[in-house]
Design a protein around this ligand. Structure first.
Ligand SMILES: NC(=O)C1=CN([C@@H]2O[C@H](COP(=O)(O)OP(=O)(O)OC[C@H]3O[C@@H](n4cnc5c(N)ncnc54)[C@H](O)[C@@H]3O)[C@@H](O)[C@H]2O)C=CC1
Ligand SMILES: O=C(O)CCC(=O)C(=O)O
Length: 528
């Protein structure tokens, strides 16, 4: 039974889902990094929000970890690169808290426009300072959106409802989508020059860090108000404070900070600044949504292999997972076959071409290719699985090509892998017998039919009388029992192949003897 640790405060809905799916779950929040490292080895899954830091050091000791599920959007607290390198899937819940976060941005805009926190504090203090708090209307004001993805577009929709004019800066926003949203597509300069309010809704990346820097902030329209409910680090907080003090910027509302928890900031002392402690996603509805979603996604993955909303792996729908399962086995085995041959003698791997024919051509081939690569490179690299195989192949300069053939084939379904090394090109193809059982049907273009077995011996020889007898006797003399025996040849008297399954690994010394037999070209021991 898979075991999951919930290490941040998640709605109890998540626990119920895990347990109802038969997954053992522990809840241990507020652990120190050292305490988390001490126990993480027990778990197959880790469910988090933003407090737990999933670092390389944690992943290094997470021997059984298969999936990290972020109940929320941003995965800045997860070292995704290290997770990928260790073959751990990282998934988030991209839609569960978007409405709530967009509403928080709108609430912050209102709070800022009408100085609600200060007015509330003053009224509660019995001051009744009616003349002190003069606000601004939102109607007809220009709202500049930086980032118009899931949250930005909800903010845009609400702002249009408030009769604001919305400019959106987002390199990936199409004219068509802008039109649908009722926003004007703009560049950053236009937003800086024209917006009365600027709200940020991008992730923190190298291209967005400090997007509102001292320089860009100083080019904003005088009296602008800034809202950040996305990520700390998008705005230069010190420059923001200086420009508010100078009167160029009228105010700011921040839910997120460069350093969190934010215990001190030059902004805290300023009147026209509204701050909340990263509350964007904190509503009962959003927390229930993300908790349910992350628990469902992690359970699906751990129990069926379905992959939803993964940051570092191709998706496999719950519907596809059972259909893909035998193909994943086939691809992994074909890859392992080709990989072992390559490792044994065929030089540096340069290119891998994977062809899908018949029924296989109509499947979601991305995970199949990932499984093929995992099988292929695992004899050469440690710790490879479907999550990291593509990255590892790329890092080792291996070109990967995928071809889907829409042509009649002899088999209902066929997958072929061709590997090119600096010395030669080799291919191996397989099908599913009865739709379930992986079966080799072709090696180097030569037809041969064999099931994969735990241990196999692959021999190429010249198709002349005498080979089979001597080969059988050699194995028998070394006490190696042949379970199945399959032969194929290109043409009478030409290149031939022999694929046998044996009950135990064939020792290197026996392989050397087989290689020394007359008519034998090469012999390789395989394990699956
Ligand atoms: N305060 C909170 O509690 C919460 C904060 N967030 C944060 O809100 C942010 C936005 O989330 P979503 O809308 O769901 O993400 P999203 O991925 O749907 O949208 C982000 C948008 O930013 C755009 N973008 C990327 N680089 C850009 C650049 N250099 N300039 C302009 N636009 C750029 C992208 O094209 C994309 O459309 C994320 O950082 C997320 O972590 C999300 C949920 C809660
Ligand atoms: O889990 C939270 O409270 C933070 C939400 C957030 O920032 C996100 O989903 O990106």
């Amino acid at each position: 039974m898979p075991k999951v640790l919930i290490s941040d405060k998640l709605s109890p809905a998540a626990v119920e889902i895990f347990r109802s799916r038969g997954i053992e779950v522990d809840i241990k929040t507020g652990l120190s990094p050292a305490d988390l490292r001490a126990i993480i080895g027990e778990y197959d899954g880790l469910a988090i929000r933003s407090a737990t830091k999933v670092t390389k050091e944690l992943l290094d000791v997470a021997a059984n970890l298969k999936v990290v599920g972020r109940a929320g959007i941003g995965v800045d607290n997860v070292d995704v690169r290290s997770a990928t390198a260790r073959g751990v899937v990282v998934m988030n819940t991209p839609l569960g808290n978007t409405i709530t976060t967009a509403e928080h941005a709108i609430a912050m805009m209102f709070a800022l426009a009408r100085q609600l926190p200060e007015a509330s504090a003053s009224t509660k203090a019995g001051k009744w300072e009616k003349n002190r708090f003069m606000g601004v209307e939102l109607t007809a004001k220009v709202l500049g959106l930086i980032g118009c993805g899931n949250i930005g577009s909800i903010v845009a929709d609400r702002a249009v409802g408030l009769k604001m004019r919305v400019l959106a800066y987002d390199p990936y926003l199409s004219e068509k989508r802008a039109l649908e949203l009722g926003v004007e597509k703009a560049d950053l300069d236009a937003i800086l020059a024209r917006a009365d309010f600027i709200t940020l809704h991008t992730p923190l990346t190298e291209s967005t860090r400090n997007i509102l820097s001292r320089e860009t902030l100083s080019r904003t329209k005088k009296g602008v108000r800034i809202i950040n409910c996305a990520r700390g680090g998008l705005v230069d907080e010190e420059a923001l404070a200086d420009l508010i003090k100078s009167g160029h910027i009228a105010g700011a509302a921040l839910d997120v900070f460069e350093v969190e928890p934010a215990k001190e900031s030059p902004l805290f002392a300023l009147e026209n600044v509204v701050c909340t402690p990263h509350l964007g996603a904190s509503t009962a509805e959003a927390q229930e949504n993300v908790a349910l979603q992350v628990a469902e996604q992690m359970s699906d993955f751990l129990l069926t292999g379905a992959v939803t909303n993964a940051i570092n792996m191709a998706s496999v729908s719950a519907e596809d997972a059972p259909r893909l399962k035998p193909y994943l086995d086939l691809c992994k085995s074909l890859g392992a076959f080709a990989g072992q041959l390559t490792q044994a003698r065929e030089g540096m791997l340069r290119k891998v071409t994977i062809e899908y024919e018949g029924q296989a051509a109509h499947l979601n081939t991305k995970p199949l290719t990932a499984a093929m690569l995992a099988g292929l490179v695992s004899p050469m690299m440690e710790g490879v699985n479907m999550v990291n195989a593509g990255v590892m192949a790329r890092e080792h300069g291996i070109e990967v090509a995928e071809t889907v053939h829409d042509r009649p084939t002899e088999y209902l379904t066929l997958v072929r892998v061709t590997v090119e090394t600096d010395k030669m090109t080799r291919s191996v193809a397989g099908t599913l017998f009865a739709g379930q059982r992986p079966r080799i049907v072709e090696i180097k273009g030569i037809k041969v039919e064999a099931d994969f077995a735990r241990y196999m011996l692959y021999v190429t020889n010249q198709d002349k009388p005498g080979f089979i007898g001597r080969f059988g006797v050699t194995l028998a003399e070394h006490g190696i029992n042949i379970a199945t025996f399959h032969l194929g040849r290109a043409a009478q008297g030409g290149d031939a192949i022999c694929l046998v399954s044996v009950d135990e690994p064939v020792p290197e010394a026996v392989l050397a003897t087989v290689r020394g037999l007359p008519l034998v070209v090469q012999a390789t021991g395989l394990a699956f």
